[in-house]
Design a protein around this ligand. Structure first.
Ligand code: COA
Length: 280
């Protein structure tokens, strides 16, 4: 294994505050486009944060004016194409690898998109469980503008998140949509003015921090899995997933039932049980 250079380590920055890991793409001068170095470093950061006790939610943000301008046309495409198929495939494994890792991450994840979000950046956008955008953000499948199809899963993501007509228009026309339209189309959960974005994301993250972490992981996986299943398969999967979650270090569930049925201190239909009183 090669030891990463300092400039590779600096492609991603993070801080941890009150249970929230704020992770940022950190190539602002290149609009946070994803180079092989950034892709490798992001995987290292995800590894480092995934099972830390002091991290309950991960937010993916970007330094500078962009969230991410997609794949690095120079370092990801041109340089690897010059090296040959082996290098191309390795770079694909590195980028697709961390996006997949994000899709199945142990902790809940939120994309906080304040600026440009293009092409390959739809990979981590979809990788995050929730996504919030600034109304001013710009989203685009710009691939058609420079002569390729939206690869790296971007076409699949467009079809997963948008309706047929919008997906087709978005991919064929190469026009950008702002955060408001992205929310209307379902690319993100919600758009708010840029000045309110971090506050809104913090608010959502804090709610997630109050939930049972075992149930959250089971829930986010279930939402991603059942879409591809028949109804009967989904029903069966969900029975098994719940049974697994019940037996997996999940005292919080018993505490949640107790606080509702015995203590009568909360109603699950109206909010969460008090985690500080027991369970996890
Ligand atoms: N790949 C490689 N370099 C990129 C890049 C990308 N995807 N996106 C931005 N950069 C580089 C620029 O080449 C420029 O480098 P330089 O300073 O060495 O000349 C630097 O980042 C700043 O970009 P610039 O275009 O000057 O910034 P801008 O704020 O005027 O415009 C964008 C921002 C995002 C609109 C514009 O950079 C752009 O169109 N990028 C490509 C987006 C894209 O199609 N991505 C899809 C890839 S799958």
């Amino acid at each position: 294994m090669t030891i990463p250079t300092q400039d590779e380590l600096e492609t991603v920055v993070f801080t941890i505050e009150d249970g929230i890991a704020w992770v940022s793409f950190n190539r602002p001068e290149k609009r946070n486009c994803m180079s092989p170095k950034l892709n490798r470093q992001m995987m290292r950061v995800l590894d480092e944060l995934e099972f830390r006790e002091d991290v309950g939610v991960l937010v993916l943000a970007g330094e500078g004016s962009a969230w991410s301008a997609g794949m690095d046309l120079h370092e990801y495409f041109r340089e690897n194409e010059a090296k040959g198929l082996g290098a191309i495939r390795q770079a694909q494994r590195e980028s697709y690898g961390w996006w997949r890792r994000l899709r199945w991450y142990q902790k809940p994840t939120i994309a906080m998109v304040h600026g440009w979000c293009f092409g390959g950046a739809y990979g981590p956008l979809f990788g995050c469980d929730l996504a919030f955008a600034a109304e001013e953000a710009q989203f685009g499948l710009s691939e058609i503008n420079w002569g390729i199809l939206p690869g790296g899963g971007a076409t699949k993501i467009a079809v997963e998140l948008l309706n047929f007509r919008n997906a087709m228009y978005h991919a064929m026309m190469g026009e950008n949509v702002d955060g408001k339209k992205a929310a209307e189309w379902g690319l993100v959960n919600e758009a708010v003015p840029l000045v309110q974005l971090k506050e809104r994301v913090s608010e959502v993250a804090k709610v997630l921090l109050q939930k049972n972490p075992v149930a959250l992981k089971a829930t986010k996986d279930a939402i991603r899995r059942v879409g591809e299943m028949t109804f009967d398969n989904a029903e069966d999967y969900l029975v098994r997933a719940q049974e697994a979650a019940n037996s997996f270090d999940n005292d919080g569930r018993k505490e949640g039932i107790k606080q509702f049925l015995d203590d009568k201190t909360y109603k699950p239909g109206l909010g969460s049980y008090n985690k500080s009183k027991g369970g996890r």
